[in-house]
Design a protein around this ligand. Structure first.
Ligand code: ATP
Ligand code: ZN
Length: 505
């Protein structure tokens, strides 16, 4: 059963939005290009997964169960997407002195922790590239047998002239096609041809290398995603996602390989969706930039991860989003206001346990039919109208910036508290802000820059209260100033009494 308005999604293949029609309504199949685990994901990378989580939750919200695969790229991604440079993993290993395997394990774990902190649902499957080397060799052999690949001293290369309409995805979305901007290699048949399998250079030993019909070496990054998506989701599945940088090369080459493998014009996925960049004043956020660009760095400043999720939801996924500390601090303030309203609402409603929502983390892509049936059972006409408007916003290519104000409207409405709480729980199925568990205490994170402990704050507050009682205003002011200087927000008359202020310096 599907709910509400028809879901329209923007397809980069056609440059147009169209109503979504699943291949199999009993299971929508979704693949997201995963992280290259050579360093900590930056906030831009994480925007890509907040987008896929919103997509996945929206599909579930509409009543479709999903199988969602995210891969882990732990080999084969070169420093330039244009098929040139070093393998990012090998380079990181050389620089740090750790093994490439240890680096992959560490950054995979950190990436998963970041996703959990952002309340992103676990995919149905994490597929790790180095667990699929034999599959990749088999796939590449098939491509070679079909006449779409040729051997050069450097390895096995894909012949882009052998597939129909090579580069369509990039051209469809770009005025001046630049598909040929790829490493020049002696013997390549076409400028855009790319490596499927890279031989380890003579006399050089990679940490990650395997035997293959084309010599000892490693798979190309594009090959990995073709193999893992088709293996788990079938030769034609519903939706493939990635950042907009993948639209020009990586996904173009995945499509070409899929066509060569299946001997057809089919691209592998019906819909290719791309999130736009998180940018800062200097342009696209990328791993080479230091500073505040990671989730851990935000947390160190006392900014809760869900504030970053809210910031992302406040922009449409196809728009650039400019990151600044001020913007994420404003999102934190907005989240705190929500927390205050929701704490009051829970108290008023008598805290019914919406276990269906609490158990979402384990849902692994189940349709939200169960939760929705429970939560929508007793809605009034006004409540149903709010749900319909929220649904219409989401259904218009995931227009979260228009869905968020409807949440505020529901909370501020004159509906009974239990109904307002049900609406919050419903909307949170799609928004994933963990709204029922939000409280201000949880949102108040101690910035690393502060010199005070919680106990020291309590002590200074007690000193201030005593000084005030004794009408020693100088001492009271001194205590207040010390607290302020250490990043404490004093909230007289508030049951919380104080909280940490995010450090924006
Ligand atoms: N600034 C950004 N904003 C949004 N998405 C991004 C940004 N940078 C990368 N992505 C996306 O993040 C996902 C993970 O990419 P991956 O881990 O391979 O990053 P990367 O290419 O190594 O990062 P970088 O571009 O910083 O070197 C991809 O879908 C990629 O398109
Ligand atoms: Zn990919």
């Amino acid at each position: 059963m599907t709910h509400g308005a028809p879901l329209t999604l923007f397809n980069s293949l056609t440059r147009a939005s169209a109503p979504f029609a699943p291949i199999d309504p009993a299971m929508v199949r979704l693949y997201s290009c995963g992280p290259t685990v050579y360093s900590t994901a930056h906030l831009g990378n994480l925007r890509a997964y907040i987008f896929t989580d919103t997509l996945r939750r929206t599909l579930n919200w509409k009543g479709w169960p999903t199988t969602h695969v995210i891969n882990i790229t732990d080999v084969g991604h070169l420093t330039s997407d244009a098929d040139a440079g070093d393998d990012k993993m090998e380079l990181a290993a050389r620089r740090s002195g750790e093994t490439a395997w240890d680096i992959a394990a560490r950054y995979t774990a950190l990436f998963k922790a970041d996703l959990a902190a952002l309340n992103i649902l676990e995919p149905s499957l994490w597929s790790v590239a180095t667990d699929h080397i034999q599959d990749m060799i088999g796939f590449a052999r098939a491509i070679e047998t079909h006449g779409s690949a040729y051997r050069l001293p450097g390895g096995l290369y894909f012949d882009t002239a052998t597939v129909p309409d090579y580069g369509h995805l990039a051209r469809a979305t770009q005025d001046g096609p630049e598909i040929g901007r790829i490493e020049q290699v002696e013997g390549k048949r076409n400028p855009a041809d790319f490596a499927i399998w890279r031989r380890s250079p003579a006399g050089e030993q990679r940490q990650m290398e395997w035997d293959s019909p084309w010599g000892r070496g490693a798979p190309g990054w594009h090959l990995e995603c073709s193999v893992m998506s088709l293996k788990y989701l079938g030769r034609q599945f519903d939706i493939h996602t990635g950042g907009i940088d993948h639209r020009e090369i990586h996904h173009v080459n995945e499509i070409a390989q899929n066509q060569a493998f299946t001997c057809s014009a089919a691209t592998g996925a019906n819909i290719w969706m791309h999130n736009n960049f998180l940018v800062d004043r200097t342009g696209k956020m990328s791993k080479s930039k230091g500073g505040v660009a990671t989730l851990a760095a935000l947390v160190a400043r006392g900014v809760h991860p869900l504030a970053y999720r809210l910031l992302c939801l406040g922009a449409h996924y196809r728009s650039e989003l400019e990151f600044s500390l001020e913007a994420v601090a404003a999102a934190l303030t907005r989240l705190k206001r929500l927390a205050i309203a929701l704490t009051a609402l829970r108290a008023e409603a008598g805290d019914p346990a919406y276990r269906a929502v609490a158990e979402l983390r384990a849902s692994r892509g189940a349709a939200f039919d169960w939760q929705r049936a429970t939560l929508e059972a007793d809605l009034s006409e006004t409540g149903r109208a709010l749900v319909a408007r929220f649904d219409a916003a989401l259904s218009a290519d995931l227009m979260t910036p228009q869905a968020l104000p409807i949440l505020d409207e529901a909370i501020a409405s004159r509906l009974p508290a239990t109904e307002r709480l049900a609406l919050v729980a419903l909307f949170d199925l799609a928004l994933g802000l963990d709204l029922l568990a939000l409280d201000r205490r949880r949102l108040s994170l101690r910035p690393d820059s502060t010199t005070l402990t919680d106990a020291a704050v309590e002590e200074l507050l007690a000193t201030r209260a005593e000084a005030r009682a004794a009408r020693d205003f100088a001492a009271a002011d001194a205590a207040r100033d010390a607290l302020k200087a250490a990043g404490v927000e004093i909230m007289d008359g508030d049951p919380l009494r104080w909280e940490w202020r995010a450090d924006l310096d």
